[in-house]
Write a protein that binds this ligand. Structure first.
Ligand code: COA
Length: 225
C-alpha cells in the first residue's frame, strides 16, 4: 500500500455521527462545535474501512502517548491491525485522514489564518529556515508558513511526540522545494528515517503534509471528498 489520503470539507451530516463509537460521540458532545471532530473521525473510519474491507463501525481505535505511555491520549492505532498505520487532522473547515502499511504516519492540515501571528518564526523555525521566508509577505508568506508548519506537525505526529518536541528543532526543507526532514535537533529519539510529502488538498486557503517513518519513497494517493 502507498499512503492513501482522503480530504473533505467539514459538514454537518448525521450519517457521519452514525459511524462513530460511543467514546467518539462523547468526545464530540463535549465540543462547542462538534462537526470538525465528527467529520474527521468519520472520514478516518471510512478510509480505513475502504482500504481493509471491514465495516467502518466495527473499527476500534486506541491511543498511546509516546511521552507518558498512557492510553488516554496520543497517537491513534487500529486495534487488531498492527500493520495499518493511521493519522487524522482537522480544523474548522477541512479534515484529512491518512492510512498506510509503510510505517508510522502523521498527517497535518493547516489553514493560512492559523499561521497569521506575530512571532511565528521564533516559535516554529530554526535559524537556518528563516531566510526562506524573508522575502515573502501577504498570502504568500502565510501559505509558506502553513506549509512548513504542516510538515513539522506531520513529522511530529508520525513519531508520536506531537508538540512535546519543539518544532524549531525539526528542520525541514524550503517551502517551495520538495518536502524533507533535513535535521532532527531534538533530545527525544527519532525512531528512524522519515519521508515527507506536501499534499495538494485543492483549497488555496489550506496547506497539508504527510510524513511516514520509512526508508521507502512515498507514493501518495489522494482522494478528495
Ligand atoms: C498531536 C498534536 C500536534 C495535534 O495538534 P492539533 O493541530 O491540535 O490537531 P490535529 O487536528 O492536527 O490532530 C489531532 C489528532 O492528532 C492525533 N494525535 C494526538 N496526539 C498525537 C500524538 N502524540 N502523535 C500523533 N498523533 C496524535 C489524534 O488522532 C488527534 O485527534 P483527536 O484528538 O480528535 O483524537 C497536538 O495535539 C499535540 O502536540 N499533542 C501531544 C501533546 C502531548 O503529548 N503532551 C504530553 C502529554 S504526556
Amino acid at each position: 500500500m502507498s499512503v492513501v489520503i482522503r480530504t473533505t470539507q467539514v459538514i454537518d451530516d448525521p450519517r457521519f455521527l452514525d459511524l462513530l463509537d460511543a467514546g467518539e460521540r462523547e468526545r464530540a458532545e463535549r465540543r462547542s462545535d462538534p462537526h470538525p471532530f465528527i467529520t474527521a473521525h468519520a472520514l478516518l473510519r471510512r478510509l480505513v474501512a475502504d482500504e481493509t474491507g471491514v465495516d467502518p463501525r466495527s473499527l476500534d481505535f486506541e491511543k498511546r502517548c509516546a511521552t507518558c505511555g498512557t492510553d488516554r491520549h496520543g497517537k491513534p492505532h487500529v486495534v487488531g491491525m498492527r500493520d495499518i498505520h493511521v493519522s487524522v487532522s482537522y480544523g474548522e473547515r477541512m479534515a484529512v485522514a491518512a492510512v498506510t502499511t509503510l510505517g508510522e504516519v502523521g498527517v497535518d492540515i493547516e489553514d493560512l489564518e492559523s499561521a497569521d501571528f506575530d512571532g511565528f518564526g521564533s516559535v516554529t523555525l530554526d535559524a537556518s529556515e528563516m531566510p526562506h521566508l524573508a522575502d515573502l509577505d501577504g498570502d504568500a508568506l502565510l501559505a509558506a508558513r502553513a506549509q512548513i508548519w504542516a510538515r513539522k506537525e506531520a513529522i511530529l505526529k508520525a513519531t508520536g511526540h506531537g508538540l512535546v518536541v519543539d518544532p524549531s528543532e525539526v528542520v525541514v526543507s524550503a517551502h517551495d522545494g520538495p518536502a524533507a526532514l533535513l535535521e532532527w535537533k531534538a533530545a527525544q529519539h527519532l525512531p528512524g528515517p522519515m519521508q515527507v510529502s506536501d499534499l495538494d488538498v485543492g483549497h488555496t486557503d489550506h496547506r497539508a503534509a504527510v510524513a511516514v517513518l520509512t526508508t521507502q519513497p512515498l507514493g501518495v494517493r489522494i482522494q478528495h471528498g
